[in-house]
Design a binder for this molecule. Structure first.
Ligand SMILES: [Zn+2]
Length: 203
């Protein structure tokens, strides 16, 4: 009963407002001070704020460790002869170089060339392929490079991490697009990844 009333008051505490700019006074200040600040909007939508519940989800960023020359640091498992990594390596998990992982909150969605995933094999001519893209949106100051990976970890239906952690899909950035607006500053970062390139791990 106690838990129930706590949940209800928590739910009632939040009141969604689609019109944050009320009474002609904007809470936001952009680079110019006169327009909507996309960084603030992004934060409110993804991480939550006075006008929005959090809409983001947790993913892992696997950042490649770089040496002084900006090159990835090869793992001990990588063969000098074949340049192949050991897929069962406990240090790099088959990546072939050392890395560090960080949990980060982002928003992700699919974009299809014509109508999305449900029509992806319709009306394709022999020899044609079509590729769906998954776009991950990150905060403007997130550090991500083409040497890194985005990893979707298993989440429960409420968005919580499932323990023990399980890496479901590994995405390689195809295009990293920092969206710039006010005075050319970065407002948020979109990372496009090819869906068919994603590595799905077995348990
Ligand atoms: Zn290794």
């Amino acid at each position: 009963m106690l838990l129930r009333s706590t949940l209800t008051s928590k739910q009632m505490a939040f009141k969604r407002s689609l019109y944050p700019n009320q009474g002609n006074r904007s809470r936001f200040s952009s680079g110019s001070g006169r327009e909507i600040d996309l960084r603030v909007e992004f934060d409110e939508i993804i991480f939550g704020g006075p006008t929005s519940i959090p809409h983001g989800k947790q993913v892992l960023i696997r950042r490649a460790r770089l040496d002084d020359n900006n090159r990835v640091v090869d793992c001990v498992c990588k063969s000098k002869l074949t340049k192949e990594a050991d897929m069962d390596c406990p240090y790099c998990l088959g990546e072939g170089h050392y890395w560090d992982e960080e949990l980060i909150i982002c928003y992700a969605r699919f974009v299809g060339a014509d109508g999305g995933l449900s029509t992806r094999v319709k009306k394709l001519f022999p020899g044609e392929i079509r590729v769906d893209t998954k776009i991950f949106y990150f905060k403007y100051d997130s550090a991500i490079s083409y040497k890194d990976k985005i990893i979707e970890v298993q989440l429960d239906t409420e968005g919580n991490l499932v323990v023990p952690y399980f890496r479901e899909s590994i995405y390689k950035p195809q295009t990293i697009n920092p969206y710039r607006s006010d005075y050319g500053r970065v407002e948020y970062i979109a990372v496009h990844c090819r869906e068919d390139d994603a590595i799905r791990l077995d348990r």
